[in-house]
Write a protein of this length. Structure first.
Length: 145
């Protein structure tokens, strides 16, 4: 059975990546592993303040809540999740050693800005031991005319 790894950080892009991965898992009868990495810095998208232990607890609560909704909506898909301490790209690349596909969200900053800011998706694409899908979430949905 195929194993799909999804990196999430609470951003709309990572939620779009998880939704895309759920669709893939349904189509391929795959299992999903959702991983959130929390650094001992202030760079996390939504949990940037407070001591690391407090941020890890908040991350666990957020991820539990996020995954619970997908489990209920897609009971036939095996979904497991974990919060890990560390730099997001490093955590995902370590987890990708045991995956058939890595799915991450992309903010679309571009290669130069992404490289300067330390883009997780760019780092994963360049270093992953398995195929990577970067799911982008448009800021403004296209209008139908």
């Amino acid at each position: 059975m195929e194993h799909i790894l999804v990196g999430v950080d609470g951003s709309p892009e990572s939620k779009a990546a998880l939704e895309w991965a759920i669709g893939q898992a349904e189509a391929k009868s795959a299992k999903i592993r959702v991983v959130m990495a929390v650094e001992d810095t202030t760079s996390d998208v939504w949990i940037s303040h407070g001591p690391l232990a407090s941020r890890l607890k908040t991350a666990h609560q957020h991820l539990d809540h996020l995954v619970k909704g997908y489990r209920e909506g897609h009971p036939k898909i095996g979904v497991e999740h974990e919060v890990r301490e560390g730099r997001p790209a490093e955590v995902l690349l370590d987890e990708a050693k045991h995956a058939d596909l890595l799915v991450v969200g992309g903010r679309g900053r571009g290669a130069i800005a992404g490289a300067l800011l330390g883009s997780v998706s760019l780092h994963c694409v360049a270093q992953s031991p398995c195929p990577v899908v970067v799911v982008r979430c448009p800021l403004h949905p296209k209008r139908v005319r």
